[in-house]
Write a new protein. Sequence first.
Length: 377
Amino acid sequence: MKIAIVCYPTFGGSGVVATELGLELAKRGHEVHFITYSQPVRLALLGPNVHYHEVNVPEYPLFHYQPYELALSSKLVDMVKLYDIEILHVHYAIPHAYAGYMAKQMLKDEGIEIPMVTTLHGTDITLVGNHPFYKPAVCFSINKSDVVTSVSESLKQQTYDLFNITKEIHVIPNFIELNNNINDPTIPCMRSAIAKSSERIITHVSNFRKVKRIPDVVKIFAKIQEKIPAKLLMVGDGPEKAAAEELCRKLGILDKVLFLGNSNEVDQILSYTDLFLLPSETESFGLAALEAMAWSVPVISSNSGGLPEVNIDGISGFLSPVGDVDSMAANALSILEDEVTLAQFKANALKIAKTFDIINILPLYEDLYKKVLNKEL
Ligand code: GMT
């Protein structure tokens, strides 16, 4: 099949999922065209089946806001015609589903029918899409998609609760590539450069936005390190980072916290991590938690959104109510204080991560593509 994938190219779950999906589809012989404003961060390799088309938005002084949706829909029309693309798969409703719908209509005018699959990722529904300024357009473009998918049962339910959706929403969970790199002894381990062997390594990875509750990460760690020797690795960058550093200074733990920025070595970091913290306000899925679990790292998280579908309470880690840092710290210590318990949680985390192996999930997308092309949906 010839598939166009529209996504955000930046660090962030939806772009990562879209890119990994496209790359895996290409490996299986499909022709994949990524269409976005810059090359997605995880799109390292272009090959015979992987194409990238940049959307350029010319600046014009009259415009206070540059019309990205317009440029994207025009690019979609051009690329569909040039490469005979058969399916549009847009990730993140805003503005991709809207631009995709416009492209569909323009193509229809020229006698070209192309189905659009829209994958909802979370904040496009829960935080941004729900805003009254966007809501009618988001609802319209979801309902006008030929197929709608969401990355968790929780997000599906929230979408039905928040919008007047007339379409069926298919749940296809996020996935992980469980390849040979997992527990690969050849990956250089820099653990000794980060922490003493007596110290537990605790990690948080995110884009440091408010929804991630970064102060909770710091407060949970502050409590943990009162009881056991530990280091906290803060991976990623975003608006909450400076305040987090300030909080660490205030709590007198700055020497135990490393802010590593947008690292390209997340796999290495996770490979020597003992525990992952994700106390988010809401998380449609929590891909970062799954990525940690794939490296046998147990997860301490909030119980919001789709997190209970990924992090299984008492098995791969623990879930607590949002903001309950005492409970999260106590749960973390119950895993970290004992070697046998830690080993058990690590094994469980990997076992659950394996159920999200891309090998199991990708056929679900392929199946939907086939059905929509055969007009069975
Ligand atoms: O929240 C983020 O860090 C980024 C955001 C995105 O759209 O890129 O992530 C959302 O999509 C991810 C991939 O499906 C999910 O794993 C995240 O849980 C979801 N974030 C939220 O719901 C807050």
